[in-house]
Design a protein around this ligand. Structure first.
Ligand SMILES: [Fe+2]
Ligand SMILES: [Fe+2]
Length: 135
């Protein structure tokens, strides 16, 4: 399997784990935050694993495609890396909350939407067939 195909497959797993997190967040006001912490932990682990593969794959893929300059590619990768770091930091924050609250629930929904947007954009900008074929 190509690296791009593997990244897209990992996105599907991440989408499922993100939906799990959202569904668990809906229950915290009645059930407490225990399952939220484990769901956030599972998503964080999968996201960290995904980041390892993506870090190694995106730069050569983008440079080989020759659609952007090296400077532009390094800027894109820096922004991309920052978004991943922000997601992991937000998931850690979620895990540290013992007290259920509407605010925590809303924060999880916002985080989930951000993760979805990130992957959707990645698939349009980096992992579409034109870019992948050019690499
Ligand atoms: Fe990414
Ligand atoms: Fe990704």
């Amino acid at each position: 399997m190509g690296d791009a195909a593997e990244l897209i497959m990992q996105h599907e797993v991440l989408r499922v784990l993100t939906i799990d997190l959202v569904q668990v967040a809906r229950t915290i006001m009645t059930d407490g935050t225990g399952t939220l912490v484990s769901a956030a932990g599972r998503l964080a682990a999968a996201l960290a694993e995904h980041q390892r593969l993506e870090d190694g794959v995106l730069a050569p893929m983008l440079l080989a495609g020759d659609r952007w300059s090296a400077l532009r590619v390094s800027e894109m990768l820096a922004v991309h890396r920052q978004e991943h770091d922000d997601f992991l930091a937000a998931l850690r924050l979620v895990s540290q909350h013992d007290e259920p609250s509407i605010d925590l629930e809303a924060r999880v929904f916002e985080l989930a939407a951000g993760i979805y947007r990130h992957m959707d954009r990645e698939e349009v900008e980096y992992l579409n067939t034109r870019v992948v074929d050019a690499g």
